[in-house]
Design a protein around this ligand. Structure first.
Ligand code: ATP
Ligand code: MG
Length: 238
């Protein structure tokens, strides 16, 4: 089987500082793959590069059989790669529904868009209840739901989520993780960046541990969850 996403020896720098130092991994269709690691490991830089927001200095990215290097961000969305960014970046003055519509900015199939907005409301009922309200009135967890719903509006083949549980209460975090599990069970392919290693590894098929720009350990979610060095460094055990 060919991978949906294949990243080979990717390097990304900010000026002279190399933030991603030659990483390789792949994501097969239907899988959840997670990148975990401490602050500054290069996780967000990796996702922003896959989205076309940053240019790699080296390496090869292949998505759905096509090389992505140099492809502009909006074309990458059109190819089926959606990104729910770190910090969410919803539009606070626009309504929830308008935020969702913006996620479909490349689509022209009005009926299909309406159907997918309804799907977002089925996934996150609170968004439907408050569809006409300004998105800035939502709580942090609800804004995360909106960011995920918006990313899904482009009907992605691969959904990238950057720290969806950041800053959320334990209950809200569980709700977000349960939704990711639900999306997975519906067949959505997901690349998940998380600092909450326990939650991410519990639902991931594959995981990679990043440290200062490199992948230092890879395995199934299950293997990494039981790996002694991961437990010490990321799961707060000694
Ligand atoms: N715009 C930028 N200009 C210069 N350096 C940057 C920029 N963005 C990130 N960096 C640096 O690149 C490195 C990787 O950062 P990145 O945001 O990718 O890490 P991360 O793994 O997502 O961390 P976190 O868990 O804190 O979100 C860090 O050393 C960071 O300081
Ligand atoms: Mg980050």
């Amino acid at each position: 089987m060919t991978a949906l996403l294949e990243v080979e020896d990717l390097r990304v720098a900010y000026g002279k500082i190399e933030a991603v130092k030659g990483i390789s991994f792949k994501v097969d269709a239907g899988e959840v793959v997670t990148l975990i690691g401490t602050n500054g490991a290069g996780k967000t830089t990796t996702l922003r590069t896959l989205s076309g927001l940053l240019k790699p200095t080296h390496g090869k990215i292949t998505f759905d059989g096509k090389p992505l290097n140099g492809t502009p961000a909006h074309k990458i969305v059109a190819l089926g790669l959606a990104h729910s960014p770190e910090g969410r970046h919803i539009f606070p003055r626009l309504t929830i529904e308008e935020n969702l519509q913006l996620g479909a900015f490349l689509r022209k199939d009005k009926a299909g868009i309406d159907k997918d907005i309804q799907r977002a409301y089925d996934l996150f009922p609170i968004l439907g209840e408050r569809r006409k309200q300004a998105a800035g009135t939502l709580s942090g967890g609800e804004q995360q739901m909106l960011a995920m719903g918006r990313a899904l509006m482009s009907q992605p083949k691969l959904l990238m989520l950057d720290e969806p549980s950041m800053g959320l209460s334990p209950i809200m975090m569980q709700k977000i993780m349960a939704t990711i599990a639900e999306l997975k069970s519906q067949g959505t392919t997901i690349l998940l960046v998380e600092q909450n290693a326990q939650a991410a590894l519990s639902l991931a098929d594959q995981g990679h541990v990043m440290e200062v720009g490199r992948i230092v350990l890879s395995g199934t979610g299950e293997d990494l969850l039981h790996d002694e060095s991961v437990r010490k460094a990321y799961l707060g055990e000694d």
